[in-house]
Design a protein around this ligand. Structure first.
Ligand code: PMV
Length: 338
């Protein structure tokens, strides 16, 4: 039996624009998905994913997605979870050269689902790591990231960028531009997350931006401008001392770029009333800056504030269901129990 964990992430800059070849800077946060894999003799896959929904569910299938169980959670949620886990298992079988391997898989996660914090990437990354290790094969984190991207790419019909999976596998701050992925040095940024309790439809939101971009030159320019501000943010991080706490000037400069980034995402139609309200609650609490994170439409915002004020203000905001501080996770995928 092997348990591996992998972190979720926030986007400091660059979601959506990354789909069109602009750079993005996601940062891993200390909210993890833990996946336990225990090989089974009969070649079947049994999944126990109590934390993936409010009700919890357990499914068993023989590697065939049509072999659907009758359980009391939304079909789309079960389908999504099964597809991600199925794709992770397929990658592990391939990596360990064990095409008939079966598993008991247990998933626990403290990352809200579909809310822009990279929950599915963390489950896939931890799942591939745990299942390959359970078969006696160890992959380095780059290889886990590559395989997790393949898995997500397949499930999301080619819509996924490498950002979530690379960030979750490697940890820390990363930079993604097309197929070019690298880790970057960053100080421990004081992230505060506000969660509206909802979720956005990534595929639909990505398609919406694509259509706007095709329709209007100024929408294409907006996407490029997000790339420009991301590059400016990268320069700020490159000049900072990764070992010291970030000073107020750095936070203000990064925050200004985050505010700008949120405005451009809003212009591209991917924000939501609840996200805007949480962004404003953070700004009024004197956060250095705030923006939505991930695909948008609902889910989470991220703000920078070393003081308790933003978390407290979000806690009082009607649109915010949960507010929490999120440390930068310097470690990506890791073994919890072998
Ligand atoms: O909401 P998330 O965490 O799935 O992030 C989506 C980020 C996009 O840039 C909109 C799409 C992608 O795959 O990069």
């Amino acid at each position: 039996m092997t348990t591996s964990s992998a972190p979720g992430k926030v986007y400091l800059f660059g979601e959506h624009a990354v789909v069109y070849g602009e750079p993005a800077v996601p940062c891993a946060i200390e909210r993890r998905a833990r996946v336990t894999a225990e090989p089974r003799e009969d070649g079947r896959v049994r999944v126990d994913a109590a934390d993936l929904s409010l009700d919890g569910f357990t499914v068993t299938w023989g590697g065939d997605i049509d072999d659907r169980p009758d359980i009391d959670v939304p079909a789309s949620l079960v389908e999504a979870a099964m597809e991600y886990i199925d794709a992770a298992v397929a990658q592990a079988r391939d990596a360990a050269d064990a095409p008939d391997a079966g598993f008991d898989i247990t998933v626990e996660s403290d990352i809200p689902l579909g809310a822009g914090l990279g929950s599915s990437a963390a489950v896939v990354v931890a799942g591939i790591d745990a299942a390959t290790r359970a078969l006696g094969t160890e992959l380095d984190p780059e290889e886990v990231a590559r395989r997790a991207y393949e898995a997500e790419h397949e499930v999301q019909d080619g819509q996924a960028s490498r950002a979530d999976t690379f960030c979750s596998a490697m940890g820390g701050a990363v930079r993604v531009e097309g197929d070019d992925t690298r880790t970057i040095d960053a100080p421990a940024l004081p992230f505060v997350v506000g969660y509206d309790g909802g979720a956005g439809d990534t595929g639909k939101l990505v398609a919406g931006v694509r259509a706007l971009r095709e329709q209007h030159a100024f929408a294409a320019d907006t996407v490029e401008t997000i790339g420009d501000l991301t590059r400016e943010g990268e320069r700020l991080l490159a000049d900072a001392d990764p070992e010291s706490d970030p000073d107020a000037d750095l936070l203000d400069s990064l925050g200004e770029l985050m505010d700008f980034n949120h405005g451009l995402l809003e212009a591209l139609g991917v924000s939501a009333r609840s996200l805007d309200a949480m962004v404003w609650a953070a700004r009024e609490a004197d956060a250095a800056g705030a923006k939505l994170t991930g695909a948008g439409g609902g889910g989470c915002i991220v703000a920078l504030d070393p003081t308790p004020d933003t978390e407290r203000a979000l806690g009082f905001a009607a649109e915010c269901e949960q507010a929490f501080r999120a440390e930068l996770a310097t470690e990506g995928v890791r073994v919890e129990e072998a």
